[in-house]
Write a protein that binds this ligand. Structure first.
Ligand code: GDP
Ligand code: K
Ligand code: MG
Length: 301
């Protein structure tokens, strides 16, 4: 064991516009899949802690929904609130951007970082995607002109490159204090919550472009069946409009069947047990723009 006086611990917010790879990066930093990811923006809807503990330090990453402009529904406001509140009480900010791409939404996030009195580390993610490596440097220089950051690190969450650099840089800024969470915790969220996220991830990845944003998942049953020796999980998929129900079910139930197969695989891994999963689809008109419905579905600040 290390000297207790030398132990470091703190919170690190992972922020940025949608789809830059915040959740993928957090999972890579944790060395395990925790936060759900997909090629679609607004996959992450809630703030979620990913806890990385070693003998000498504990880093609590705070993954956030992407800060986005536009989208006027209650759920958009909820997501932006969840992202903004991540700034409060953190020791370091990881501002994630995408190599070679700088948008108005990045600019808006950069502006928020400008007024912070905590260290901001810019992570330029997806460098594996860059065809011409020589354009990376001018891009980094352009970022340097736009914001006052403490460090810029080119990384790839996919290729796991630059990852140790992030940790080393973060540690420079963490205070000496005891661990915040028990060292065997990996998140602040319940298995039940993670189960609903797993089902939603498979929906986000399987559905086309329109419907995913109108879908939410509620776990109705989450129970270990002693006799059968397996977890029984019932998930209710809620859609906003009747037309979306058939899309989620798919031709002859094929789409929802695929979602079930993929979700069950991940759930078994998470629960380290056999899993019996049942899925239903129901219409709950306009749930995404109804504050009360949102709160009852777990979208609470
Ligand atoms: P978030 O919305 O910022 O949390 O982004 P996600 O983590 O959900 O990732 C968005 C998309 O970018 C997904 O399709 C990821 O697989 C992809 N992605 C994330 N990191 C990388 C990376 O380092 N390289 C490449 N090529 N793709 C990545
Ligand atoms: K995404
Ligand atoms: Mg995300």
């Amino acid at each position: 064991m290390s000297d207790e006086k030398d132990f470091k611990a703190g919170f690190v917010a992972v922020i940025g516009r949608p789809n830059v790879g915040k959740s993928t990066l957090m999972n890579t930093l944790l060395g395990q899949k925790l936060s759900i990811t997909s090629p679609k923006p607004q996959t992450t809807r809630h703030r979620i802690h990913g806890i990385h503990s070693t003998e000498n330090y504990q880093i609590v990453f705070v993954d956030t929904p992407g800060m986005h402009l536009g989208g006027q529904k209650s759920i958009n406001r909820y997501m932006n609130r969840a992202a903004n509140s991540a700034f409060a009480d953190v020791d370091v900010v990881l501002f994630v951007v995408e190599a070679g791409r700088w948008t108005q939404e990045d600019q808006a996030v950069a502006q928020k970082c400008q007024n912070l009195d905590i260290p901001v580390i810019v992570l330029v993610n997806k460098i594996d995607k860059m065809q011409q490596k020589e354009v990376l440097l001018p891009y980094l220089q352009k970022i340097a002109e736009k914001i006052d950051f403490d460090e810029v690190i080119p990384v790839s969450a996919y290729k796991k490159s630059g990852i140790e650099l992030i940790e080393a840089e973060v540690l420079k800024h963490l205070p000496n204090q005891p661990a915040i969470f028990p060292e065997d915790y990996i998140t602040d969220r319940s298995s039940r919550f993670l189960a609903s996220e797993i089902v939603r991830e498979k929906l986000m990845r399987t559905l086309g472009d329109e419907v995913p944003y109108g879908v939410t998942v509620e776990i109705e049953k989450f129970k270990f069946d002693e006799e059968e020796g397996r977890w029984v999980i019932h998930a209710l998929i809620l859609v906003e409009r009747p037309g979306q129900k058939q899309i989620v079910i798919g031709k002859q139930g094929q789409l929802i069947k695929q979602v079930g197969i993929q979700a069950r695989k991940d759930l078994m891994k998470m629960m380290d047990s056999r899993v019996h999963l049942e899925l239903w689809v129901k219409v709950k008109e306009n749930w995404a723009d109804d504050d009360r419905a949102l709160a009852s579905l777990g979208y609470t600040d």
